[in-house]
Design a protein around this ligand. Sequence first.
Ligand code: FES
Ligand SMILES: [Fe+2]
Length: 418
Amino acid sequence: MTNYDIAAIRDLVARRRPRHALESAFYTSPEIFAADMDAIFNRHWLYVAVECEVPEPGDALAVDIGKSSVIIVRGDDAQVRAFHNVCRHRGARLLPPGPALVGNLVCPYHAWTYGLDGALKFAEHMGDGFDRACLGLRPVALRSMAGLLFVCLSDDPPDDIDDVVRQMEPYLAPHDLKNTRVAHTADLIEYGNWKLVLENNRECYHCMPNHPELTIPLFAYGFGFAPEELSAEDLAQAERYETLRRTSHDRWEAAGLPSRLIEHLDDRPTGFRTERLPLDGSGESQTMDTMAACRVPLGTLRDKAAGGLHFWTQPNAWHHFMGDHVVTFSVIPLDEGRTLVRTKWLVHKDAVEGRDYDLENLTSVWNATNRQDADLVEMTQRGVADPAYVPGPYSPHTEGLVEKFMEWYLARLKAHLG
Ligand code: FES
Ligand SMILES: [Fe+2]
C-alpha cells in the first residue's frame, strides 16, 4: 500500500532536465516525501551512530528514522546489534530516543522483557501454549565500518556495503574510532527538504560568500571553479591548493596513510566518496587557527598535518576525520520541509575537557557553519515553494557532485517506482 501516485512521480522523474535543480514538488510534496522514505530511507544503508556510543554491554541507543525507531545495543557477548524499537506484544516503544543503560530491554507497558540479544525472556500471564521463541525483537541490519554504525531498515539491504567496508576501512582505521568518545552532539532542525540539505553539502560554491569560519581551514576552491573567471590572486590560491593536494597525497600515501580519491557517488546503491584533503595554515585541523583542537592524537596518526579525510555516503551522511578529532554528520528527514542534522564531535577517549581540549574551540567552526547552512537551506526551501520557481542549472565547475547526488537519488527512486 502506497499513499502516493506512482505514475505522477514517474512523470516528474522522467521530465527532469539533467544538470538542473529539481521541480518544486520534489522539495515540497508530502507524497514525494513518502516515496523518498520508502525508496531511499527504508531501503539504503544509513549512518546513525558511532560504536563508541555503546562501549560496554548494556549500553543502548535509540535512533528515530521517520516512522521507524531502531535500538542499537551492545550485548553481554560484546556484539553490537540493532532491533526495531517496537514491542512484540502490542507495539509500544521500548526506549525513548537517545542513550540508555539497560540490563534487559523491558517494555514499559506490560513488562515483556527481552535480552540484549533480542530474545523474549519473560512475559507474564500469557498462559499455556505461549511460544516465547517466536516473539523476539525483530532485528535490523547493522554494519560497523571501522566504528561508524550503519543500519538498513530493509529486510533485503544492498549487499554492496561489504565492498564499501573493504575499501573504506584502510582509510578510516588510522583514526581508531573505537577508542574515541563523543565530546559533543548538536541536533539542528533545518527548515528544508532533506535533498536541499544534501545538495548544499555536496558543493562549496556557496562557501566563499557564506562560511568565513570554514574557509579558514578549508580551501574554497577545493571542489572546483571556473578558471577563466578567477582573478590572478584567486588563481594563484587555487594553484597553491592543487600543488598542496598532490604533494600531500604523495607524502601521506608514502607514510601508509590512504589518501587518494575514491568516488562512487552515482554508480552503486551505497554511493560514497572519500579523499584525504590538505587543510590550510598549519594543516592540522578544522579549527579557527587550523591547529589541533585536542592534545591527544587519534589512533596511529603522528603526522600532525594529516589534513582532513572526508567520507560521504548517499543518502544521509558526511564526516571529517582529522588527526585530533572527528566530526560526523547524519541527516534524518522529519517531513517534506524539515530535516534533522545531527553533528557529533569525537575525541580520543582519554582526552579530558578543559585539560586536553576546549569545547568551544573544538566545535566553533562547524557550529557556525551548520548554522549558516541551515539558513541557506531554509531560504532555498522558501524559494522553491514559490509558484514563480523554475529549476535552474548547476555549475559545471562547482556543482558536479550535486548532480551526482541527484543522479543517484533519481535512479534509486525510479528503480523503486518501477
Ligand atoms: S506493549 Fe510491550 S509489554 Fe505490552
Ligand atoms: Fe555550507
